[in-house]
Design a protein around this ligand. Sequence first.
Ligand SMILES: C[S@@+](CC[C@H](N)C(=O)[O-])C[C@H]1O[C@@H](n2cnc3c(N)ncnc32)[C@H](O)[C@@H]1O
Length: 241
Amino acid sequence: MTVVPYKDKESGKKEQVAEMFDNISQNYDFLNHFLSLGIDIRWRKKAIKLLREDKPRLILDIATGTGDFAIEALALNPDKVIGVDISEGMLSVGREKMKRKGYDDRIELQQGDSEGLLFEDNKFDAVIVSFGVRNFENLDKGLADMYRVLKPGGKAVVLEFSRPNRFPFKQLYNFYFKAILPKIGKVISKDRAAYTYLPESVEAFPDGDRFLAHMQQVGYKNTKCKPLTFGVSSIYVGEKA
Ligand SMILES: C[S@@+](CC[C@H](N)C(=O)[O-])C[C@H]1O[C@@H](n2cnc3c(N)ncnc32)[C@H](O)[C@@H]1O
């Protein structure tokens, strides 16, 4: 069953996800770092390091949101990072941030749907996505389109929440993610559903080997999964042959 943020609405997952991120965009960065105790920043850095040897010149950051993964990718010293997202609210917070930090000459944020990218085949040296794939309406379509725009020899790096399965991390995680986080998220973001949708969408997401199977099915080779912080997040990597 598809998990959506607003169960009483009839619109599809994509429209609801865009609406939800528009609603929480002003508080998104603060809540991200606050609720994860800043660990999300370390996770993004680790994921980007996996591309160091590849020296990608042109990078596509899918579901870029307010652009934090795109900013992290500047550590690779690329010519350009293009970020795409369906939420204009998130992009507009991101564009302000790029201007403020002086990154707007190297990071370009565009509205776009990762399940129908408006780029030609084989364009990017690397494609990256953090905490985005879980929100796709059609996971395989999104993964296949990322593959299509990636150059042969290029890598896709995906960072996404996963579920710890060992005692006591599983129990601690469930308590925090299901009991604490939705309450704090609701008060600060003022969106009634966003931080209930978060644990629900993680629960429904095919993590670990199941995600690698989705990557392989659309063509990625040499796929790998690297769990982080007791399995709370995982980095997935795949190559285009
Ligand atoms: C949790 S945020 C992650 C943002 C950013 N990558 C980060 O690490 O902070 C998820 C983002 O995915 C975007 N998104 C969801 N489905 C999408 C799609 N089909 N195409 C493009 N963006 C999408 C949402 O609008 C949202 O900004």
